[in-house]
Design a protein around this ligand. Structure first.
Ligand code: HBI
Ligand code: FE
Length: 290
């Protein structure tokens, strides 16, 4: 999520110094568990053939001994066995340095609330459905699990260089809204897409957005929108390649170079882009005219 939207400056009452809080699973009502089950059923029916194989394999890690919102203790025990990750509860958005420190230590922070039954499709702050259904299946994949921890270490360094804005775009266009090419077709893996019924279809099937081959420097120059469907998606060739490019890149000279280059406007296409789909942008244009 955007780094400037968090509400608190210090851990709120009841939160630990690292901003975690007890999940307190028994606190959720039957209606709240029901919202999880509804969303889980809807997305798991929609995603075969649309989500990447790694995501589809990872969904099984969420099938716990009881239905409803996953109990983080049980979920973390399973994830720990697979990739060494845990899921911890936080009250909402946490400061960037706190977020990166958790990732670097293989702890994924999840919001400890769930959207209401009348908000199934849209909400601003990441709730437990986005955080757990969207992110945790990919954390069961060993390569992606390593990528997320590497991202956390990189985030802590980006803060030192004053380059958070550039690195946050990498998270946005991979972890949140990434596409991958698998067996000659596009699949979704970004948590913001796979946790949204409407964007799961839009990202793959709508003529509006650009779909462009992933290039690290290009992505780190590209603005994004947080209020509606994306106008660009970037397509990686494999998770191995995504991990490789991020661990092999020396980010210090890259940040120095990025500081000399202009940002790229959201829907622009560059001559050097590997364009997979040139979007019509009809959706964004129609929304702007409303
Ligand atoms: N906090 N709870 C939470 N979830 C996030 O995804 C998150 C955050 N704080 C900061 C943050 N993301 C950003 O730094 C990243 O999007 C880059
Ligand atoms: Fe997210």
């Amino acid at each position: 999520m955007a780094s400037d939207t968090h509400v608190f400056a210090a851990p709120p009452p009841g939160a630990a110094a690292d901003w975690t809080i007890p999940q307190d699973w028994d606190r959720f009502s039957d209606a709240e568990h029901g919202v999880w089950d509804t969303l889980f059923e809807r997305q798991s029916a929609l995603l075969p053939g649309r989500a990447s194989d790694a995501f589809l394999r990872g969904i099984d890690v969420l099938r716990l001994s009881r239905p409803g919102i996953p109990d983080f203790a049980e979920l973390s025990a399973r994830l720990m066995d697979l990739t060494g990750w845990q899921v911890v509860a936080v009250p909402g958005l946490v400061p960037d340095d706190v977020f990166f420190d958790h990732l670097a230590n293989r702890r994924f922070v999840a919001g400890n609330f769930i959207r209401r039954a009348d908000q199934l499709d849209y909400l601003q702050e990441p709730d437990v459905f986005h955080d757990v259904f969207g992110h945790v299946p990919m954390l069961a994949d060993p390569v992606f699990a390593d990528y997320m921890a590497a991202y956390g270490r990189g985030g802590l360094r980006a803060l030192e260089y004053g380059s958070l804005k550039q690195l946050a775009r990498l998270y946005w266009y991979t972890v949140e809204f990434g596409l991958i090419e698998e067996a000659g077709a596009l699949r979704i893996y970004g948590a913001g897409i796979v946790s949204s019924a409407s964007e799961s279809r839009f990202a793959l099937e709508d003529p509006s957005p650009n779909r462009i081959g992933f290039d690290l420097k290009r992505v780190m120059r590209t603005d994004y929108r947080i209020d509606d469907f994306q106008q660009n998606y970037f397509v990686i060739p494999s998770f191995d390649e995504l991990l490789r490019v991020t661990v092999e890149t020396d980010f210090a000279p890259l940040y120095a170079e990025l500081a000399t280059l202009p940002d790229i406007a959201i829907a622009d296409i560059l001559a050097e882009d590997r364009v997979i789909t040139r979007g019509t942008q009809e959706y964004a244009l129609a929304r702007a005219a409303e």
